[in-house]
Design a protein around this ligand. Structure first.
Ligand SMILES: [Zn+2]
Length: 334
């Protein structure tokens, strides 16, 4: 286990944010205004399940602050489909001990402060919303990686839907032809089957097949390539790689346009592992402008031209901050 990192501590209320992932669980003590004072990361397999993970979080808070006197709330962010009637996980990969457990009840049993359980994409969306001081505006945070997720923050509230599936952007249909690519969920034509990282790699391998190995850029001569290598090749000027990335942007733009048309948000942010270098690389900037163009082409002027689409800014601490925020909101309700 990693030692907590210390930062300057003030005197007011603290919120414990716990961000659960398949590989690690991240803990953070967060101030009222969203600043993360201490954080720690522990392997998910170090815990037998949610109860011991929450107990550890409280111990972490106690050790870093000396006591729990200032602890005003505990928020738990979890991946997958969170049933908001029972506060249990219904569909999730890599967390066998967490599925179908009454998570909110477990957190409440361990602590006597206001508690919240929230989907991790929604938690990150809440944190980005606060960071940008959007107040009553609506923000969608689209995460690009193996899967395509989307968190929604409407004003200061997250939107999870009646069955925990609001914002499942990866599973909107972008190709309705009968032989459309099959998605991981089993249905055909979903965005994830075209713009999820494995689909992007598969399309790229297919496009690069006619090329002699020696004619490919070095980054693409590895035995196994990923979206990072495709991005490097595109940045180096290999046109077929660039085309794959721009095609991916088009699919994403169509889906983001649909969402834009339905909920009319002010801001859509793009985060996750597949941003092709983001703002720091030309190909990342081109990817973003192609998404913007595709959104504008597929939406009403009033939607497309008023929608700010940018890369997310908070990175992988957004889940901790957002979980803490959810607990803070809960505290205001009681
Ligand atoms: Zn699907």
């Amino acid at each position: 286990m990693i030692e907590p990192s210390h930062a300057s501590a003030g005197s007011h209320e603290r919120y414990l944010g716990i961000d659960v992932g398949g590989t690690t669980i991240k803990y953070g003590l967060v101030t009222e205004d969203g600043k993360i004072l201490h954080q720690q990361s522990v392997a998910t397999t170090d815990f037998s399940g949610p109860k011991s993970a929450v107990q550890y979080g409280l111990e972490f808070a106690r050790l870093t602050e000396g006591n729990l006197n200032h602890l005003a709330g505990v928020g738990l962010a979890v991946p997958g489909v969170l049933d908001t009637q029972t506060w249990s996980l219904k569909e999730v990969v890599n967390l066998p001990h967490w599925i179908d457990r009454p998570l909110l009840e477990i957190v409440q049993q361990e602590t006597n402060v206001p508690s919240a359980v929230i989907n991790d994409a929604n938690a990150a969306a809440l944190a980005e919303h606060k960071h940008r001081q959007l107040n009553t505006q609506t923000l969608a945070l689209v995460t690009l990686g193996t899967g395509i997720g989307c968190g929604l923050a409407i004003g200061e509230q997250d939107l999870s839907g009646d069955h925990g599936c609001a914002g499942e952007l990866g599973h909107v249909t972008v190709d309705s032809s009968h032989d459309a690519s099959r998605c991981n969920c089993g249905k055909r034509g979903h965005l994830e089957a075209y713009a999820g990282a494995p689909a992007v790699v598969a399309r790229a391998i297919n496009a690069f097949t006619p090329w002699e190995r020696e004619a490919l850029p070095l980054s693409l001569r590895q035995p196994k390539i990923g979206t990072r290598e495709i991005g490097v090749a595109a940045e180096e000027g290999f046109e077929p790689a660039r085309q794959i990335i721009l095609e991916t942007a088009k699919y994403l733009g169509v889906a983001i346009g649909m969402m834009g048309q339905i909920i009319d948000p002010s801001v859509v942010l793009l985060g996750g592992a597949m941003t092709f270098g983001g703002n720091s690389r030309q190909i990342g900037r081109d990817f973003l402008s192609s998404i913007r163009q595709s959104v504008r082409e597929s939406t009403l002027k009033q939607v497309g031209e008023n929608l700010t689409i940018e890369y997310a800014s908070l990175g992988n601490t957004a889940g901790i901050a957002g979980a803490a925020q959810a607990a803070q909101h809960k505290g205001r309700e009681v």
